[in-house]
Write a protein that binds this ligand. Structure first.
Ligand SMILES: [Zn+2]
Length: 192
């Protein structure tokens, strides 16, 4: 298990921006400056090697930051879909909820895509609704007050889970990163 995790990090190559130290500093909470945290999250959206490094930290540490022996490999969650007028076509079936698979495998466009992604011991439901040129993203999670950050090149938006839901509207297509509760990363790619 350990070598599998390390292999993934090694294969992603080294960070071109020498951000590893800062990434680890945010992961282990030694960096508390909101500005630096935002800088790191913005970087995670673009740098595979740092994203794996960040995920790896949580695979080998518990909630209190103590090292754990048998860490599960943090599953890399990547969601891909294509936005069409009034509908949306999921491009991969990973993490998609059961009921939608048949439609998707036959290439059908749907009016909403729903995924269930792992986030620690919990699952978070991610629903993506098409809306003209943009999408709305709704996350259903337990734990009101959980912070979700959406990061795309040059922008960062925060939503808080209230009554089990956090929502982002008017999200432009492209590649972006969702950070759930500071530790679970979901990469979303929406093409047009
Ligand atoms: Zn990096």
């Amino acid at each position: 298990m350990k070598s599998e995790r390390l292999q993934r990090i090694v294969q992603a190559g080294t960070c071109e921006n020498d951000m590893e130290q800062k990434v680890m500093g945010v992961a282990d909470s030694t960096i508390t400056s909101e500005e630096e945290i935002q800088q790191v999250f913005a970087h995670l959206a673009e740098c595979d090697s740092c994203r794996y490094l960040y995920e790896d930290y949580f695979a080998i540490h518990d909630d209190d930051g103590n090292l754990i022996e048998e860490g599960e490999i943090g599953e890399t969650v990547e969601l891909g879909m294509k936005l069409e007028p009034g509908s949306i076509v999921p491009l991969a079936t990973d993490f998609m909820v059961e009921g939608q698979r048949a439609a998707v495998l036959s290439g059908e466009a749907v009016s909403m895509v729903e995924y269930r992604v792992p986030a620690g011991g919990d699952n978070v439901d991610v629903k993506v609704y098409p809306c003209d040129d943009t999408v709305s993203i709704q996350l259903s999670a337990s734990g009101d007050g959980t912070r979700v950050i959406l990061i795309s090149p040059g922008t960062m938006e925060t939503a808080t889970v209230e009554k089990g839901i956090a929502r982002f509207d008017n999200v432009m297509p492209g590649r972006f990163l969702l950070v759930i509760n500071m530790r679970h990363l979901v990469t979303v790619t929406i093409t047009k």
